[in-house]
Each structure stands twice: as C-alpha cells, then as structure tokens.
Design a protein around this ligand. Structure first.
Ligand code: SAM
Ligand code: GLN
Length: 285
C-alpha cells in the first residue's frame, strides 16, 4: 500500500525532468481529481493510504501527463475570469493572457448605453463570449467558430453558467451572421489563431501536439486573421464601434498598422503583466 505523500513524491520526481511549468501543482491536481477531494485534504491527510484502483488510475494519468497531454484535458476544466469552464480535446484551453482582452472590453463597454451587440470570432470553449455575456449587462453575443466541437463545448458552458444572451454559430468568420446585423454591432472581439505556421512546432509539446492546429495557425506571418477580420469588421460595426484583438507578443506594430490601413481610429496597443504587447483596440471612424 502507498500513501498520499508517497504518490505525490513519486509523481513530482517523474514530472520534474520534463518541460512542465509547475510539476508539483500538476501532480497535486491529478491526485485531487482521482480522490475527488480538494488540495487542503491532500495536505492534511498525507499519511492516508490510497487503494489499488486509485493508484492504478494515478499512474495511468501521470503517464499521459508525462507525454505532454494537457492537464486541463484530463481534469476537463480550466478557470477563466473566475468561471469554471468545461474543456475537452479538440478545443483550445483558455489562457490567462486572454483575460487582458476581456477586461479591456468590459471597461470600454461601460461607456455604452442600452443593448450592446457583440461579435466574438473564434469561440473555442466560449471563454471570451461567455465572460462578456456574464459581466456586461444588456449584452448580446454572437459567437462564431468554424470548429463544431468548439460550439458544442461552448454551448455546454453557457448552459452551466445559465447564460441565454449568447447565440453560437458554426461557420467561417462572419459568414453565419444575418445580414441585418450589418451596421448594428457595438463591439467585435477576437483571439484569432495568430502563430506563424512555421513556429507551431517550436511551441511547448502540450500545445503543438495536443491542441487543435486550426486554433493556432495564423498563416505564414501569423497575421492572416487580423487582415481578414479587420477588413470585414467595417461592414458590421456601428460608427465608433470597437474592434478588439488579442495579439502575439511581437505583433503590436503590424496589427496597429492593419487597423489604421482599414480606416480605424484611436488605435492603441496594451501590454500584459509580463510587459508584452497583448491587446490591440481601435474604433470605427
Ligand atoms: N476564444 C477562445 C479563447 O480565447 O480561448 C479560442 C481562441 S483560439 C486561439 C481561435 C479559435 O478560432 C479556435 O476555436 C478556432 O477553431 C477558431 N477559428 C479558426 N478559424 C476560424 C474561422 N475561419 N472562422 C471562425 N473561427 C475560426
Ligand atoms: N496563446 C496561445 C499560445 O500561446 C496562442 C493562441 C492563438 O493563436 N490565439 O499557444
């Protein structure tokens, strides 16, 4: 028989050799998941024995994690903006970086009155769409993804959070939207795929091998989606409407230029906590 403490040590020793940002936390969360307890329980029951079935399960999941399989796909969840999102294979795990974009958009929405129509291009798990739907009063979010699985996962999250002010649409960019929304949108937001194709293989294994390519690949220079969405955004936004993007750490200058060249005004770039360019915002003239 083996104790909680011994399992933690074993797991940590195996993971610490690999490319993991936080091996101890990973092992703790795996064990919590298997034993169905919280972290405090693990600290306060270090000498408790773990039954064989759970030890086997732990070893199985530890091996999966050792190969780089994302922890969030094992646990089936990721916290974002204080909400517990269900996540699953085939859908990008929401990143803390993306909270920068959501917070900026929530801030800007405070200057708007009445019903606020929002388009989110690239739903994923619903991280952006659903936090905007929750935290912006009187918002209605049109949330579009080309990946059917993303739409299913996001729908499930909307149900869990009891949010009805979101419409999910499966399709390419603005195509699934009704034409009568043209000129009626207050905010367009997107965290599009922005990694240059040739950089994808250099990302952490858990990203490059296990997360969906169509959520990451922004074409040769990583800027394809910014060019396409910005051009199209002009047709859907109201005057003074907001276009807000998450961008890669080195794309600030280029994305600002794309917005300016399509006539957007008051274009600005904002940094994240690591002082990297992270968000670009502009307004329709
Ligand atoms: N918004 C989510 C988030 O921040 O966690 C997901 C962002 S992920 C970087 C980009 C998303 O865009 C993926 O879910 C991908 O399926 C979707 N996507 C890729 N190409 C698309 C297209 N042509 N039209 C609509 N969505 C697309
Ligand atoms: N932030 C993601 C990463 O680091 C990339 C997401 C994107 O392409 N929008 O892998």
């Amino acid at each position: 028989m083996i104790t909680i403490n011994e399992l933690l040590n074993k797991g940590f020793n195996e993971l610490k050799e690999g490319d993991f940002s936080n091996p101890l936390l990973d092992v703790q969360l795996l064990l919590c998941f298997i034993l169905n307890v919280d972290k405090v329980y693990i600290y306060t029951h270090r000498d408790e024995l773990v039954n064989k079935e759970n030890v086997d399960k732990f070893n199985e999941l530890l091996n999966l994690r050792k190969e780089g399989y994302p922890l969030q796909y094992i646990l089936k969840k990721q916290e974002f903006m204080g909400l517990d999102f269900f996540v699953d294979e085939g859908v990008l795990v929401p990143r803390p970086d993306t909270e920068n974009l959501v917070e900026r958009v929530i801030d800007l929405s405070k200057d708007l009155k009445g019903k606020i129509n929002i388009i989110d291009i690239g739903t994923g798990s619903g991280a952006i769409s659903l936090s905007l739907a929750k935290f912006i009063k009187e918002s209605f979010v049109y949330s579009i993804d080309i990946n059917k699985r993303a739409i299913e996962v996001a729908r499930k999250n909307a149900l869990n959070f009891d949010l009805e002010n979101v419409k999910f649409l499966n399709g390419d960019l603005f195509n699934p939207l009704d034409d009568n929304l043209k000129g009626n949108i207050d905010i367009i937001v997107s965290n599009p795929p922005y990694i240059p194709t040739s950089d994808i293989k250099t990302l952490q294994r858990e990203v490059s091998k296990y997360e969906p390519k169509e959520a990451l690949d922004g074409g040769l220079d990583g800027l394809n989606f910014y060019k396409e969405i910005t051009k199209e955004a002009n047709k859907w936004l109201k005057k003074n409407g907001v276009l807000a993007y998450e961008i890669g750490y080195n794309q600030g200058r280029e994305v600002i230029n794309i917005l300016k060249s399509e006539g957007f005004i008051k274009v600005r770039c904002f940094k994240d906590l690591s002082k990297n360019d992270r968000v670009v915002i502009g307004f329709k003239a």
